[in-house]
Design a protein around this ligand. Structure first.
Ligand SMILES: C=C1C[C@]23C[C@@]1(O)CC[C@H]2[C@@]12CC[C@H](O)[C@@](C)(C(=O)O1)[C@H]2[C@@H]3C(=O)O
Ligand SMILES: O=C(O)CCC(=O)C(=O)O
Ligand SMILES: [Fe+2]
Length: 346
């Protein structure tokens, strides 16, 4: 399933030519086993035969492209991103930038409608309803995946993760990212400066980071750009081959914390490589603000002692918005026991 090969130009590095792909039509216990393996090794997998109707995806994609094609002044009526709303180039509040424009909203129909109606133009109900349908499907999918993971891990309550997202107060988000093609990019100078040698000249759409939530479910058009950081070498970025018929799923910080580090919240980024524009549509499965996130007792063992201290999602969110995109946020929530063992190793 995972092919490993050496790149000819750089034969001291291991390059992955394929990433785990999971077919949701396989037997549930096989899916569970493979998902757990993928989340432990990569924190990432590709999902096929996911059951979200193609028609729903196609319609929201075409309405989203129509939205991004509008004049800036119209799109800005859904902004500024504070942090939700329409944004262009600026990511978060701490100076991060990227070659993209986006719409970031709470993943529920009233919140979507409230922002989208400000844009005006054609009937805003059309875009709101389509986005609402997409959110319903991707939320259900995320919850199913979290349940299957619970089963695969052999949890006493297989709904331990999914119930946090099914909660009516869930802080889940939906994000549409539009990466204009080179030619149509308004300000070509905004390319982020990247540290490593191999990355010289790489144009950054969305800089490296881990997602703070539980689980991310992403679908993009057929334009490449998503990359995940190699679990073997942080300087190696593994390109994810685009597949518009699939979803790409990654573990977030909260799931890493709840599994006491068994699942890894993978660092990833989006680069702009194409002559064509890229559109990604992402659902971030998130607990409610008051949820107390802590490693499940079943995940804490003598071999794997408690790694993270409990935190509420509100506490994490406040901290994350005060930090740069690339910061390692979860590190700040390590338990005293983990800190002590790290100090002993030094
Ligand atoms: C720079 C930032 C943007 C971000 C909030 C943050 O302060 C750090 C995390 C960023 C991120 C990454 C994943 C998601 O795209 C996102 C919505 C999230 O929850 O955390 C973004 C935040 C954002 O764009 O507002
Ligand atoms: O747009 C993409 O492909 C990835 C963006 C991303 O990682 C994010 O919005 O958190
Ligand atoms: Fe992300």
């Amino acid at each position: 399933m995972v092919a490993i090969s050496l790149s000819p130009e750089n034969n001291d590095r291991t390059v992955f030519s394929d990433l785990p792909a999971i077919d949701l039509s396989w037997k549930r216990d096989k899916v569970g086993r493979l998902m757990v393996k993928a989340c432990e090794e990569f924190g990432f997998f590709k999902l096929i035969n996911h059951g979200v109707p193609k028609e729903v995806i196609d319609r929201v994609e075409s309405e989203s492209l129509e939205f991004f094609a509008r004049p800036a002044a119209e799109k800005q009526r859904a902004g500024p991103p504070n942090p939700l709303g329409f944004g262009s180039k600026k990511i978060g509040f701490n100076g991060d930038t990227g070659d993209l424009e986006y719409l970031l909203l709470h993943a529920n129909r009233p919140a979507i409608y409230q922002k989208v109606r400000n844009i005006g133009g054609r009937d805003p109900n059309i875009f709101s309803n389509l986005l609402g349908d997409y959110v319903d499907y991707t939320k259900d999918l995320a919850c199913d995946l979290l349940e299957i993971m619970g089963e695969g891990l052999g949890l006493e309550d297989r709904n331990s993760f999914s119930k946090l997202v099914r909660d009516g107060q869930s802080d889940s988000l939906v994000r549409l990212n539009h990466y204009p093609s080179y030619e149509s990019s308004v300000d070509q100078r905004l390319t982020a400066v990247i540290k490593s040698k191999e990355d010289k000249g790489t144009r950054i759409g969305f800089g490296e980071h881990s997602d703070p939530q539980l689980l991310t479910v992403l679908r993009s058009n057929d334009v490449e750009g998503l990359q995940i950081q190699s679990p073997l070498d942080g300087n190696v970025w593994i390109p994810v081959k685009s597949d518009p018929s699939a979803f790409f799923v990654n573990v977030g910080d909260a799931l890493q914390a709840m599994t006491n580090g068994r699942f890894v919240s993978v660092r990833h980024r989006a680069i702009v490589t194409a002559q064509r524009s890229r559109l990604s549509m992402i659902f971030f499965a998130t607990p409610s603000l008051q949820t107390r996130i802590s490693p499940l007792s079943e995940m804490v063992t003598i071999e794997n002692p408690l790694r993270y201290r409990p935190y509420t999602w509100a506490e994490y969110k406040k901290m994350m918005y005060s930090l740069r995109l690339a910061s390692n946020r979860l590190e700040l929530f390590q338990s005293d026991c983990k800190k002590e063992s790290m100090a002993l190793m030094r």
